[in-house]
Design a protein around this ligand. Structure first.
Ligand code: SF4
Ligand code: SF4
Length: 357
């Protein structure tokens, strides 16, 4: 069993499901009325427990919901993680960055505590709640403080706001030399979680009218590289196998309660699971089409789908799971051979020297 494990390199806290915004298609349905969160002492405990077993972990990610609603607890956990030698990334909608001065003051304090990286999310739905200017002030302040910055712009065929508006914002002109080095701007696929958005997307052509060019769909037919690298804990103390957009809709990806079982046990137990290994090795598209073929059903055209949507499709249908159970023996040798080779590659690329294989 030990020979199948890939140790984690990141620890992610989905710190809270509270958010200052209520984006219609938020994958976790966060809003200001939600109050579930991890407390400071719980987060400290989870950091200690993780590092005790895996000194391969180098990065702590604080996300949500909106992790800035944790207030001083966030400063404290950043300081704590930094004292343990971790890099720290926060993911935010930037609601607190109402002016350059305010953003600078807040980030100056966090950088002093040990923050190394900040990710902002923006786009049409976010901007219904958080002004775009906040993002610009946040970027400017973070760059002045030498933090690494990444901006995730919601992207879909329906998007009015796009990455070019940010790239060519005159206020960011003076930071041009930092683009693609300290500042990354990318369009993350905005997935529909409500029916009306899904219907609109289905009836809109592939051309994004703002960009006058075919929208690049960030769809991968390949393997899911989001598995097996992170210990992720949600505000309900559940460890989840990935932070994919649809993870809360797939019970199968919930690994169990960290209140009940040790982090170590929950993380490693997933390597007993052939389907997760197959997802990691060959990806959900291959699995879905395999099931369809075995069920004598036509293959589904997933060209316009996000990779995590394909995952939902596999797990929402019990027939798929029973097909996988029935054919597990035939699939096993080939998939496991590929997995073993892939794992070897990981061990070569990432320095796991301190981890005993
Ligand atoms: S800002 Fe992010 S976490 Fe908050 S509601 Fe919108 S998508 Fe969800
Ligand atoms: S493809 Fe599936 S396993 Fe991978 S990140 Fe998306 S939901 Fe998670």
């Amino acid at each position: 069993m030990k020979e199948l494990i890939i140790p984690p390199v990141q620890l992610t806290f989905i710190t809270t499901n509270k958010c200052t915004a209520s984006c219609q298609n938020c994958c976790f349905q966060c809003n200001p009325g939600n109050n579930n969160k991890l407390t400071l002492s719980e987060m400290k405990q989870y950091i200690d427990q993780s590092l005790e077993v895996y000194n391969t972990i180098k990065l702590l990610i604080l996300t949500g919901g909106e992790c800035f609603t944790l207030g001083k607890d966030m400063n404290c956990i950043i300081k704590y993680a930094s004292s343990k030698g971790l890099y720290i990334r926060v993911v935010t909608n930037g609601y607190w960055a109402t002016s350059f001065d305010k953003a600078y003051k807040i980030l100056h304090e966090l950088a002093g505590a040990g923050l190394t990286e900040i990710n902002f999310s923006t786009g049409d739905e976010h901007q219904m709640w958080i002004p775009y200017d906040n993002i610009v002030y946040g970027i400017m302040a973070a760059l002045e403080l030498n933090l690494a910055v990444a901006i995730n712009v919601e992207s879909s065929k329906l998007s009015q706001f796009n990455i070019n508006q940010l790239k060519y914002d005159v206020r960011l002109e003076k930071y041009k030399s930092l683009f693609d080095k300290k500042l990354l701007i990318f369009g993350g696929v905005w997935m529909p979680f409500i029916k009306s958005t899904e219907e609109k997307l289905n009836t809109t052509s592939i051309y994004n009218k703002n960009e006058k060019s075919p929208l690049i769909l960030h769809h991968q037919k390949g393997r899911c590289a989001s598995l097996f690298n992170t210990i992720s804990i949600d505000p309900f103390h559940q460890m989840v196998a990935c932070c994919g957009l649809t993870v809360s809709y797939i019970p199968y990806l919930r690994l169990g309660s960290v209140k009940k079982y040790s982090l170590h046990f929950l993380y490693e137990y997933q390597f007993h699971d052939f389907i997760k290994i197959w997802l990691f090795t060959e990806g959900p598209e291959k699995i879905l089409q395999f099931c369809r073929k075995k069920l004598n059903l036509p293959s589904i055209d997933t060209t316009k789908w996000h990779i995590c949507q394909i995952c939902v499709e596999i797990f929402r249908d019990k027939q798929n799971l029973s097909i996988l159970r029935q054919n597990y023996g035939d699939l096993f040798p080939n998939v496991m051979l590929k997995y073993t080779l892939l794992r070897e590659k990981y061990f070569k690329i990432i320095n796991f020297t301190s981890y005993e294989k």
